[in-house]
Structure formats: structure tokens, C-alpha cells
Design a protein around this ligand. Structure first.
Ligand SMILES: O=P(O)(O)OC[C@H]1O[C@H](O)[C@H](O)[C@@H](O)[C@@H]1O
Length: 471
């Protein structure tokens, strides 16, 4: 059964991620495109460096070809943002990326993009699921080379177009005159070619680690975090670099190590970039964040006379709200962001370049800029905890939190409670706590941000006892 989560369809290779399911998904999308009358334009597809990604893309294309629908296949592994960019730039109605993003190596998956290069929203993915449920087996396919001969499969490689557009929006001149020294960690994923090219064009000194093709991601999760970026941290401090840049498996999210070797949380990156675009570039407009992201962003917005909007977890909600409010920036604490005028999805490559531009424009060390922001708006420090559970426990937690809508005894005054995504309590002192089930992994997430960090730890422990959780 095909079931989409927060960021596309993801499944364990050989279990859910099988040739047959990939064909079913392709046939389903093809049927949807025909019913919508948009099959003439065809579809763009890309793939990351995971096990079976390239093959999965080709299997999907053979199904489209059997239905007479043309596929444009990006013929080298590529960043997810490139597919989103190309869907928008060339006016496609749909695009597909074979990736399980930052999930463990045993997973693979498919992200679907719609017109404008947006993440398919819930109604779209539900429709694909419905079409998938009606697909008859075996799914028809046309042999790859035959499909190529008939022009139903075309191989393309539009990376330069994306890089040129991206470099057109970044102040390359100022970076060029700054002599920055940078370490890149693509985490065995797909960002290296893009980031190295842009940084070297801007005359930065670039050192790259973890660049070989390893479908096991060196035994670690291809998700940038303090734990997974230890090597990058060591390289930055030992070599006295200005910044360490990491991207997740498909390069839509990023992780940063500052010049002192400190891991910057995505919350900090988001706040920093909004602050930069407002203070140094004088951009006008609000910010958008998801329900699990720091409220310090709201404080920065307020200080500049702007608003900050809150949406459920999932970048589709961020981009929809950005569109509606003409926001400057939108992002999530899980590590994805985009900026007005750039693609509608998150882009780790673009976000990294904006940070590099910020260092060059401000003429300050990254650690200094963060200190400036924290002195003005307070510490950006959120307690994040993930818990595994079995099916029975999941039902029990769902029942307590979302059906009975119970809360533990909390030692702070409650302002309001929201059930927009999970159960979120807002305290009158500005702090908050949320408990929600992940839409990408079998996990319950509890996030808490309080004026004093130790209170956030305490509240997480209260929830643990209340729900009978252990880590
Ligand atoms: O907390 P989760 O539901 O697992 O989501 C965590 C993240 O997963 C994916 O990367 C989605 O694209 C993001 O929008 C989301 O923030």
C-alpha cells in the first residue's frame, strides 16, 4: 500500500520500496495527470545516491512511457531542490524525486512535486493514494531503450541552469573579496558538485569530506545534527575554517558548524537569516515557521514590525503560507528553509550560500553574528526528544493526547492549547511544549522551548512520566 507522510512516500527497501510499488505509484500519478489533462507536458524525475534510486527512477519512467507520457530524466544523481527548480522554471505540472531524504540507509522513497515546484499537498497525495489503490496488476511498462528511441524518455542534466540562477541571486562579488575558508560535508549525499562549484566560483577555499558514494552513509544517518557532524566540527576547528556546511542526503536541509566549532541548530540558522535579510538587506515582509520551530523568530519579526505565521509540520504548509503572505522566509526546526524569490521548497544549497553571503557582507565571524542576535533576542535553545513506541502504545498516546485531550500537571500558567498538529501548549511566559507523531518516522516527538532551558528539560520529563515513555 502506498501511503504518503510529511515528506513524500518512504518505505524500507525490499519491504515497501519494491519495484511493484514504484510502478504502482508511477501508474497512479500517470492516471491522475491524464484525468487532469496535463500529460502532454510530461514529467521531470531526479534521483539521489541511495541504493536503487536510479533504477527506481527508470522503472517509473518505463511505466509513464507505456502510457505514452514523456519523462525528462535527470541523468546524474542530483539535489532535490534542482527538481523543484526545474519543475517551476520549465512549467511542468509534476515532478518526482527518488529519495528518502534524511531517513536511515535502509529506506528509499519518492517525493512528488506539483506545478510551481511545490511539495504535493495532502489533498494531492491522498488522490495519488486513491489512484494507487485502483491500479491493476501487472503494471504495463515499455522497455527503457525502446522508450528512449521513441522519445518517451529524454535524459537531461539542467544543473548549470540552477547554479546560474542561484548565483544570480547571491552577492558573489562580496564573497569573492572575503577570502573565506570553508569545509563541506555532503554526508555522502548529492550537494557536493553544486556547492563546490558555487563556492569556488566565489574564490572560497573549499575542503570536502564524506564525498564518496556510499549508500550506507558511513553507517550514520544522513541528517545533519550535533551527533552526525562531529568530523566536520573537528575539521573546522583544527583547520581554523570560517564555517562548516553540511547538507542531508538529498540536499534540501542543511547543518552548520560555526568558526568556533559549535553546531548551529536549524532554529538558529532560520533566525539568523531572517535577521540578516531584515537588518542588512532591508527586505520587507513576515516570516513563516512550523509549529515545532523556535518562537525567537516571532520576536525578531516583532522587533522589525513584522508578523510571524505558524503552520503544521511539512514544507507544503510553509510554502503555501509564504505565498499567501508574501513572506521573506519560511522554515522548520527540522532544517529546511527557503526565501522569497527562490524555489518554493526547502533548499540546503541556497540557504548555505545565503549564510556565506551574510558572513561576507557583515564582515563578522559567524559566532559573533549569533552572539549579537542572542544578546538582542535571547537564547535560541529548544529541548527536542524522540521516542519509539509499539502500535499499542501509539493508540494509548493518541487516545490520551488527541481524543481525551488530557494534559499533565504543568508548573506554568497555560495561555492556550492547539491541536493543529499534535497537542501544543502555549504558556503565558512565552514558552511552549508540543507532543506529536512524526509523519516521516515511527516516532513521537516532544519539543519544548522555555525562557529558562532547565524548565524545558523538566517539562519534557513531566510528559515522559505522564505518557509512560522512555528513551
Ligand atoms: O517531524 P516529521 O513529521 O518527521 O517531519 C520532519 C520533516 O520531515 C521532512 O523532511 C519534511 O519535508 C519536513 O517538512 C518535516 O519538517
Amino acid at each position: 500500500m502506498i501511503q504518503f507522510g510529511t515528506g513524500g512516500w518512504r518505505a524500507v527497501i525490499g519491504d515497501g520500496f519494491t519495484k511493484q510499488n514504484i510502478q504502482i505509484l508511477a501508474r497512479a500519478l500517470c492516471g491522475k495527470m491524464k484525468d487532469e489533462g496535463v500529460e502532454e507536458r510530461g514529467i521531470v524525475m531526479g534521483y539521489d545516491r541511495r541504493f536503487l534510486s536510479k533504477e527506481a527512477m527508470q522503472w517509473a519512467a518505463c511505466v509513464f512511457a507505456a502510457e505514452g507520457v514523456r519523462s525528462y530524466l535527470i541523468n546524474k544523481s542530483c539535489p532535490t531542490p534542482l527538481v523543484m527548480y526545474y519543475v517551476e522554471k520549465r512549467g511542468f505540472s509534476y515532478g518526482m524525486m527518488i529519495t528518502a531524504s534524511h531517513n536511515p540507509a535502509i529506506y528509499n522513497g519518492i517525493k512528488v512535486f506539483t506545478a510551481g515546484g511545490r511539495d504535493a499537498d495532502e489533498s494531492q497525495t491522498r488522490q495519488i493514494e486513491d489512484y494507487a489503490a485502483g491500479v491493476e496488476l501487472p503494471v504495463k511498462e515499455l522497455e527503457y531503450n525502446k522508450a528512449k528511441e521513441q522519445g518517451l524518455i529524454r535524459e537531461i542534466y539542467p544543473l548549470n541552469e540552477y547554479l546560474d540562477d542561484l548565483m544570480g541571486t547571491i552577492n558573489m562579488e562580496v564573497i569573492r573579496s572575503s577570502g573565506l575558508r570553508i569545509v563541506l560535508d555532503p554526508m555522502y549525499g548529492v550537494s557536493e558538485t553544486s556547492l563546490r562549484t558555487i563556492l569556488q566560483t566565489a574564490r572560497c577555499e573549499v575542503e570536502v569530506i564524506h564525498d564518496r558514494h556510499d549508500t550506507l552513509f558511513g553507517g550514520r544517518l544522513p541528517a545533519p545534527s550535533a551527533a552526525t557532524l562531529r568530523m566536520l566540527q573537528t575539521c573546522v576547528t583544527d583547520g581554523h575554517y570560517d564555517i562548516g556546511i553540511a547538507t542531508d542526503g538529498d540536499a534540501d536541509r542543511l547543518g552548520i558548524i560555526d568558526d568556533t566549532g559549535r553546531f548551529l541548530h536549524p532554529n538558529e540558522i532560520l533566525v539568523l537569516l531572517y535577521y540578516y535579510l531584515k537588518k542588512y538587506k532591508n527586505w520587507q515582509g513576515p516570516a513563516v515557521r512550523n509549529i515545532c520551530t523556535t518562537h525567537v523568530l516571532d520576536q525578531v519579526a516583532e522587533a522589525f514590525g513584522e508578523k510571524c505565521y505558524e503552520v503544521p509540520v511539512g514544507f507544503k504548509y510553509i510554502s503555501a503560507k509564504m505565498n499567501e503572505t508574501d513572506a521573506v522566509i519560511g522554515g522548520e526546526s527540522s532544517g529546511g528553509l527557503t526565501v522569497r524569490g527562490h524555489i518554493k521548497g526547502k533548499d540546503g544549497i541556497y540557504a548555505a550560500m545565503l549564510l556565506v553571503e551574510m558572513i561576507a557582507v557583515s564582515g563578522k565571524k559567524l559566532s559573533r553574528i549569533i552572539a549579537d542576535v542572542e544578546e538582542e533576542y535571547g537564547l535560541i535553545d529548544m529541548e527536542e526528544r524522540d521516542y519509539r513506541f509499539d502500535q499499542e502504545k501509539k493508540q494509548e498516546i493518541l487516545h490520551i493526547l488527541l481524543e481525551e485531550k488530557k494534559l499533565p500537571e504543568l508548573p506554568f500558567e497555560i495561555d492556550r492549547v492547539s491541536y493543529l498538529d499534535g497537542s501544543k501548549v502555549y504558556f503565558t511566559n512565552g514558552g511552549w511544549v508540543i507532543a506529536r507523531f512524526s509523519g516521516t518516522e515511527p516516532l513521537l516527538r516532544i519539543f519544548c522551548e522555555m525562557p529558562r532551558s532547565r524548565d524545558a528539560v523538566n517539562i519534557c520529563e513531566i510528559y515522559e512520566r505522564f505518557l509512560g515513555l522512555s528513551r
